[in-house]
Design a binder for this molecule. Sequence first.
Ligand code: B4P
Length: 338
Amino acid sequence: MAAQAEIVAKLSDNFEKARSSGDLLFFPSSLHTHSENGVEFQIRLCPALQDKPRLPTPDFGPDAPPPEEQEKKRPDPFAPPYNANLFLGEVRDEAEGNEYVILFNKFSVVPHHFMLVTKEFRSQTSPLLPADLVQTYLFLVAAKKAGRKFFAFYNCGDLSGASQPHKHVQFLPLDDDGPPVERLARSTKLDHDSRPFSITTLPYANHVRRLPSSLAFSSPDELEPVLADAFLSTLDLAIQTVRHDASYPAGAPSFNVLLTLEHLHVVPRRHETHVLAGTGEKLSVNALGFAGMLLVKSERELAAVKEEGVGNILRGVALEGGLEATTDAHRVADDQLQ
Ligand code: B4P
């Protein structure tokens, strides 16, 4: 059995073991749906997370010391020695030789939440490499073959909601055909499946590529060019979107990535947090927000999010997706692809 399939097969047993050992902390939550403009957003209420210690966002600014130096100053939870109960295994990309460690998320809100972590330290500000994309996709395929559904997400840069500077892609299980934004991507009619598109009903800039339906049956060698092209074309558009914003901070742009078996989404980010009008408090938004899944830590926050509207909040931490700018950017990308 391939390493990915072996890891997926033991998720259930190992999760229970890690949880009962006390090495994995599980925070119970309740799920609330909130409809806006035809989108069924999910808001997860998890009051227990209020007790979780908050890590400062790593400093990725232009004058900041390199991530490697900051890394030396505080312990890296993704560096060896690994906690035996959180460690699920290792995978290696045969084409590139890149090595990865698979770890459970220590602070789990959804059971079986796990991560693909680079074995050597790599910065969370760096874009996904073809090997990262291939290994991520292979986990989604392995889960499907085991009768389970997962999707992957990556928070890249200091405005993306990331709290750990060591490169990691995260995986969350799905009970239904979600996440909510993926449903929108799936229902978008396209003239050319191989061209980037935007989900125009969403009030923020988003760049999406549909993946070929046969991709799940491809070898790693066949996966690589398809995933790399999907990522580079959407990232290129995200960078063009950022360039249209004259006040965007200097330095490498922040963005969130979502990967399902069917689509790759890139959302450029302008702010890490949104100040809720109803509470005056900051709400941190990561890639899951752009999957249509927000996390709140109190009933007060939940009420404030519903009152303000999920779309407004997401628009507040992302960039404007004006039709003109989007269409122009996509035209440029189309030209480049031809
Ligand atoms: P990051 O990319 O750096 O940040 P994040 O997912 O936004 O989580 P954050 O740490 O900011 O926590 P938050 O309060 O927003 O990911 C780092 C990951 O490493 C996190 O998953 C973290 O828990 C994990 N981690 C940290 N130390 C670790 C260690 N020693 N060993 C192993 N793993 C470690 O959110 C709290 C939790 O809720 C996070 O797990 C987050 O992923 C999850 N969450 C957020 N929104 C959610 C939603 N809508 N639905 C379900 N879960 C959600």
